[in-house]
Design a protein around this ligand. Structure first.
Ligand SMILES: Cc1cc2nc3c(=O)[nH]c(=O)nc-3n(C[C@H](O)[C@H](O)[C@H](O)COP(=O)(O)OP(=O)(O)OC[C@H]3O[C@@H](n4cnc5c(N)ncnc54)[C@H](O)[C@@H]3O)c2cc1C
Length: 241
């Protein structure tokens, strides 16, 4: 990042961000951390599942995450972060310890549930476990939502999803670099989309996978399937959002 960009971001950050402190870091598995973040601004927060928060993960690199829970009495939110490489967000999550300070912007609205009655399917990857866990925490069984995830490790993903109560009836499909797993993704999605009733399909995770699913769904001519795409990352792009 150029010096000028960094100093502009720093100036904006100091003006608009809130100070926060990490109160606990739980190692859920090799690639997942559950991070408890406290900030006085979280006491009065009106959190909804699916909201996003931006965090200064160092040098004013802002990265976006989805709080999975809000504990107003503790002025706390919890994040479930997937460590996938050595970008600033992954490095931050990997090295984080209790007492570390950071700056936060939000939470703000990102992906929301409009009404309780409509069945939903959420497609995504490891970065989407947080939105799924948040929906589960917030709505319990009052909404009908099923999950289809493309993941690098089925074993690790199942273990993490079990911990957050989102493994039951969940489809885990092993990602292949050449995209050959996509037919399995579409078979799973098609079996969950009833062409005759309104179903909401949340598309999260990798922008490229979202685009492929969108194209395939369009070809199905399902007028009752309503898409809500929200890319969480895109190959080669940093800090999407
Ligand atoms: C609204 C929203 C909510 C999100 N919520 C969460 C959440 O709760 N938990 C969570 O873990 N992530 C979440 N993400 C995704 C997260 O912000 C990105 O993965 C982010 O790029 C991580 O930053 P980084 O510094 O580690 O990598 P970056 O510096 O941003 O990227 C470095 C490289 O890694 C690639 N990359 C980024 N993510 C992945 C990935 N998952 N797999 C493989 N390659 C990748 C990039 O394309 C780039 O080439 C969310 C994103 C958005 C937009």
């Amino acid at each position: 990042m150029s010096k000028l960009k960094k100093s502009i971001l720093g100036w904006l950050g100091e003006k608009f961000c809130e100070p926060a402190r990490v109160s606990k870091v739980e190692v859920i598995s090799e690639h997942f951390r559950l991070i408890h973040v406290d900030s006085p601004s979280f006491a009065k927060l009106k959190w909804k599942a699916g909201d996003k928060i931006q965090i200064n993960v160092g040098d004013w690199n802002m990265r976006t995450y989805t709080p999975i829970a809000h504990q107003p009495l503790l002025s706390r939110i919890q994040l479930l972060v997937f460590i996938h490489g050595d970008g600033p967000g992954a490095t931050w999550a990997k090295n984080l310890k209790r007492g570390d300070l950071c700056e936060v912007f939000g939470p703000r609205s990102s992906l929301s549930v409009s009404s309780y009655e409509i069945p939903r399917v959420l497609f995504g990857d490891e970065t989407s476990f947080a939105v799924a866990a948040g929906l589960k925490n917030y709505y319990g069984n009052t909404i009908d939502v099923s999950w289809v995830f493309e993941v690098a490790s089925i074993e690790e993903s199942k273990q993490v999803c079990e911990r957050f109560g989102i493994a039951r009836d969940t489809v885990f499909i092993e990602k292949q670099n050449n995209g050959s797993h996509f037919s399995q993704v579409m078979t799973s999605l098609r079996s969950r989309l009833d062409g005759s009733n309104r179903t909401e399909l949340f598309l999260t995770g990798n922008a490229r996978s979202i685009q492929s699913v969108r194209n395939a769904i369009r070809d199905l001519n399902h007028s009752n399937t309503v898409l809500f795409p929200k890319a969480y990352w895109s190959p080669g792009k940093v800090g999407l959002d």
